[in-house]
Design a protein around this ligand. Structure first.
Ligand code: ADP
Ligand code: MG
Ligand code: ZN
Length: 478
């Protein structure tokens, strides 16, 4: 039987505010356990939450950037459950009246453009963390609780079950990550957990209208694992159905080391959580005027930017898409292109040499010492014939590390030899040393030009101007 895959994603994005969503505690990562806590986020009785205004603004930004309608009135609700990392015994979230609804994102896949519906984006608080593997907790034979993360603001972005393959799911997730980074509300770091994704997966016989029963896959911390976890789950569900079984609605945990998923618990329903409006928080009311203001301040997003790069700088679609991967890279490109005067060359360098150095150093371009001015200056040195392209590539690591191209060329004596006076004696000597080759060249064997140029380059350590060398050899051997 042929099956169709159906996928919906729930993406949690940690908002980049300095303080928590309902108290003034810091959200700084990597502090001593329980240092970033107070009565409110520890859930002590009698405390009251106060909503972080910036977190609301960030959530509105997320909604607007994904074409959602923003509710001028939304309501916080308590989602009740017991777990040691949740001191209040409930998580403050939104259920019936979320902040954002009815959005969409267009994604590009090998099948073309596809629209994925966004059901809702709501605000909520993160829970704390249990330390099972910490050396101290191990020694004590117990799990310890770190509540530094408790109360960190999150948005949960819930998609419609619109995706039909692991490829589409990954493309959608990448797009959402790109957007939250562009609008600067989340750093998008999946390994550190600031962007987390749960994948809901079901299959149905091709042609059937009703959806099959879904399972929810948790604990997926990279794009690669999203793909692997979905492909694994689809095969598992096929096996169950083809051997006469039925799929149970459950939450499964992805094990990235073993490449398998394991059943964690049977799926709970919203009713199980005894949701009710949080009596400690007023409904969240936002004026249309503030929403419009936030909308007006949204930056140009990747899709629009890439289109503009194609028309303004004559780049290919692929190059434009790669350059707009991150806003930092795109800004660097535009600055360097303006200084240098041509986008194509700058784009070629950015997508090859620069990306290679960034990957090796494992940093973003914003954090690298390379400046648009220095990249443009390096390209100009090549255009002016001061250095060859080959030398430019050789000294690039130094320029990447912050040195000015002129200074590197000066101090290493790398100036291209472009004067006839110093090249002629070298060429004469080479011709004298290779009479047979010279004879064959005179006789019409043009292929030997490469041999002669190579000899000159060898003698000049690659610093001879190749164009001039060509001319001189031709003149002398004609
Ligand atoms: P819950 O919190 O119970 O997981 P949500 O409504 O928040 O429920 O999320 C449900 C997610 O599951 C959505 O992303 C939705 O698109 C997806 N989904 C719903 N039904 C199916 C299905 N049959 N197959 C795959 N995904 C589904
Ligand atoms: Mg869920
Ligand atoms: Zn606190």
């Amino acid at each position: 039987m042929a099956f169709e895959t159906v996928i919906g994603l729930e993406i949690h994005a940690q908002l980049k505010t300095e303080s928590k969503i309902f108290c003034a505690c810091s959200t700084q990562f990597g502090q001593e356990p329980n240092q970033n806590t107070c009565e409110v986020c520890l859930g002590l009785p009698g405390t009251l939450p106060v909503l972080n205004k910036l977190a609301v603004e960030y959530a509105v930004k997320a909604g607007l950037a994904t074409h959602c309608q923003i509710a001028t009135k939304s309501v916080f609700a308590r989602k009740n459950y017991f777990y040691p990392d949740l001191p209040k015994g409930y998580q403050i979230s939104q259920l019936e009246r979320p902040l954002c609804e009815h959005g969409y994102q267009d994604i590009e896949t090998s099948q073309g453009t596809k629209r994925v519906g966004i059901t809702r984006i709501h605000m909520e608080e993160d829970a704390g963390k249990l330390l099972h593997e910490h050396p101290q907790t191990r020694a004590s034979g117990a799990s310890w609780v770190d509540l530094n993360r408790a109360g960190t603001p999150l948005v949960e972005i819930v998609s419609e079950p619109d995706m039909r393959s692991a490829e589409e799911a990954v493309a959608y997730l990448k797009q959402i990550r790109n957007i939250v980074r562009y609008i600067n509300i989340c750093d998008g770091n999946m390994e550190e957990g600031s962007l987390r994704c749960d994948a809901n997966v079901s299959i149905r016989p091709v042609g059937q209208k009703e959806f099959g029963t879904r399972t929810e896959l948790k604990n997926i911390n990279s794009f690669k694992n999203v793909e692997k976890a979905i492909l694994y789950e689809v095969e598992r569900q096929k096996d169950v159905i083809e051997s006469g079984g039925t799929i149970v609605q459950e939450t499964r945990l992805w094990d990235a080391d073993k490449n398998v998923s394991k059943s964690m618990r049977s799926k709970e329903e919203a009713n199980d959580y005894r949701y009710f409006p949080d009596p400690d928080l007023l409904p969240l009311v936002i004026s249309q005027e503030s929403i419009d203001k936030i909308q007006a301040a949204l930056p140009e997003l990747q899709v629009a930017k890439a289109k503009r790069f194609v028309s303004d700088y004559g780049l290919s679609d692929t190059d434009a898409k790669n350059l707009t991967q991150s806003q930092g890279l795109a800004n660097f490109f535009e600055n360097a292109a303006k200084i240098y005067g041509d986008g194509k060359q700058v784009s070629n360098w950015l997508l090859s040499e620069v990306l290679r150095e960034l990957n090796t150093a494992n940093i973003e371009i914003e954090d690298s010492p390379l400046t648009p001015e220095n990249l443009a200056a390096l390209l100009k040195l090549v255009d002016e014939g001061v250095i060859s392209r080959k030398i430019a590539k050789e000294i690039f690591p130094k320029v990447f590390a912050g040195e000015a191209p002129h200074a590197v060329v000066e101090s290493q004596g790398l100036k291209q030899v472009s004067d006839t006076g110093s090249l002629e004696p070298i060429i004469d000597q080479i011709i004298a040393d290779n009479p047979t080759e010279a004879e064959r060249f005179r006789g019409g064997d043009q292929k030997l030009m490469g041999f002669f140029v190579g000899q000159v380059m060898k003698q000049t350590q690659g610093q001879a101007n190749p164009k001039l060398v060509n001319e001189l050899i031709r003149k002398k051997l004609s």
